[in-house]
Design a binder for this molecule. Structure first.
Ligand code: GLU
Length: 426
């Protein structure tokens, strides 16, 4: 590959990981050398400096990014992450993964991702609003309902999406609710978006349990991350499916109880106190250890690269359902490939696709000014998840490849095919 990471503005461990995954896949698919960089590298990226008046009278500047990975199949689509160590490279990796995820689900989008290097927990509501609005204001020349549609990601929520929508709409002079997804229902958001990613994860976990003949009442789970994905997944698995949740964690604390945790109490605590930091509903364990504790279903639903060469051989789960983006490194993948008969992997671009799938429904409803019921949304979501799951499992079986390779192959092939059909201009 001609891509030289040391000379690249995207240089970052997460971006190198996304490139390594792509390189492996390109070799497997035998993609022509001339097509590789064109498929892999982001189409365009923008970095912005965001000055904000803080409550103490000072002016603080923040760094923001947006990466649009490819525009071959339609507008780009992807979340907005507010996180203290976000870099251009990590944003680019996440945008690349969005491309393969959207293509696997057959959505008419390229991937995108954006965000601000900030810790939203340390900002007041007024500061967060000012920062969010300033970010969208700076992005106006680069985004649009037919160019790039933002959605939520780690550190952002419905309120931030509403501020984005309002800022863009005020600039246009009319309400443009199809400019972002994940908005509150009161401003054109869709029913079922907030729960979509977690619901999709649980749908696939149930599918895998069924395939592996695991009975819900005898099944245990550990969930890393208690945000929009982890909390919904833990609640739904625990309360609806009947799986016993042994472990949960967030950025501050991790808990494990072999007899099961009260997930509903944890959720109520977080709603009131903002995190699990002071929760006392279980025995505290080292957050890192949680991943290797005994359980049947392990759901990493926090940050990238948490399953790596140091712990992949020690995982004790039967199903690894990747709620997070990029939780498993290529080194860990090589170990898990050896353990394929012990650990059933549901790869991220398949497992957590529920969020962007329902975002697509929200965008479609916005464009048509025609609203669907929650049952309609969830039903359509499960149909797409089912189709993608079946395709991935069949391809993996037929070609004797890992589930991740199968999922990425389907996604990458679709983008490649579209690029070949459109040709290279001029
Ligand atoms: N953040 C979500 C993801 O990683 C998708 C955001 C969106 O709905 O656009 O899949």
């Amino acid at each position: 590959m001609s891509f030289n990471s040391s000379l690249n503005i995207y240089d970052d461990p997460t971006f190198r990981m996304a490139c390594e995954q792509f390189g492996f896949l390109a070799d497997y698919l035998g993609i022509d050398r001339n097509d590789r960089d064109r498929l892999m590298l982001p189409k365009r990226s923008v970095a912005v400096t965001l000055p904000v008046h803080m409550d103490d009278g000072s002016t603080q500047t923040f760094q923001g990014y947006r990466v649009q990975h490819h525009l071959t199949l339609g507008p780009t689509k992807g979340g907005t992450r507010f996180s203290p160590d976000l870099s251009m490279g990590e944003t680019a990796a996440l945008a690349m993964w969005m491309s393969w995820k959207c293509a696997l689900a057959n959505l008419p989008y390229g991937g995108a991702k954006g965000g601000i290097m900030c810790d939203p927990r340390t900002l007041s509501r007024r500061e967060l609003e000012a920062l969010s609005r300033r970010y969208m204001q700076e992005m106006i020349p680069f985004v649009g309902p037919h160019t790039d549609i933002m959605g939520p990601d780690m550190g952002t929520n419905e309120q931030v999406m509403a501020w984005f929508m309002d800022t863009y709409s005020v600039y246009q002079g009319y309400a443009v609710n199809e400019i972002v997804t994940g908005k509150p229902v009161s401003v054109g958001g869709t029913e079922g978006r907030r729960e979509a990613t977690g619901r999709g994860v649980v749908y696939l976990v149930e599918r895998a349990m069924d395939m592996l003949k695991m009975e819900p009442e005898k099944t245990t789970a550990v969930v890393q991350g208690f945000g929009n994905v982890g909390a919904v997944a833990a609640l739904s698995l625990g309360l609806k499916t009947g799986v016993k949740i042994l472990g949960i964690s967030d950025a501050f604390a991790a808990f494990y109880n072999p007899k099961g945790l009260d997930v509903r109490a944890a959720d109520a605590w977080v709603a009131k106190h903002g995190s699990l930091k002071e929760w006392d509903g279980g025995d505290r364990v080292e957050p890192k250890e949680l991943l290797t504790m005994k359980c049947d279903v392990l759901i990493p639903a926090a940050v990238d690269r948490v399953i790596n060469e140091s712990n992949a051989a020690k995982l004790q789960c039967r199903i690894l359902a990747e709620g997070a983006n990029g939780p498993t490194t290529p080194e860990a993948d090589r170990i898990l490939d050896q353990r394929w008969s012990e650990v059933f992997v549901i790869p991220d671009i398949l497992c957590n696709a529920g969020g962007v799938i329902v975002s697509y429904f929200e965008w479609v409803q916005g464009l048509q000014a025609f609203m669907w019921s929650e049952t309609e949304v969830t039903d359509k979501l499960f149909r797409i998840m089912e189709h993608s799951f079946t395709q991935v499992i069949q391809r993996a079986k037929r070609h004797k490849i890992s589930h991740r390779t199968a999922a990425m192959a389907i996604g990458v092939e679709r983008v490649l095919k579209a690029k070949q059909s459109r040709g290279l201009f001029p």
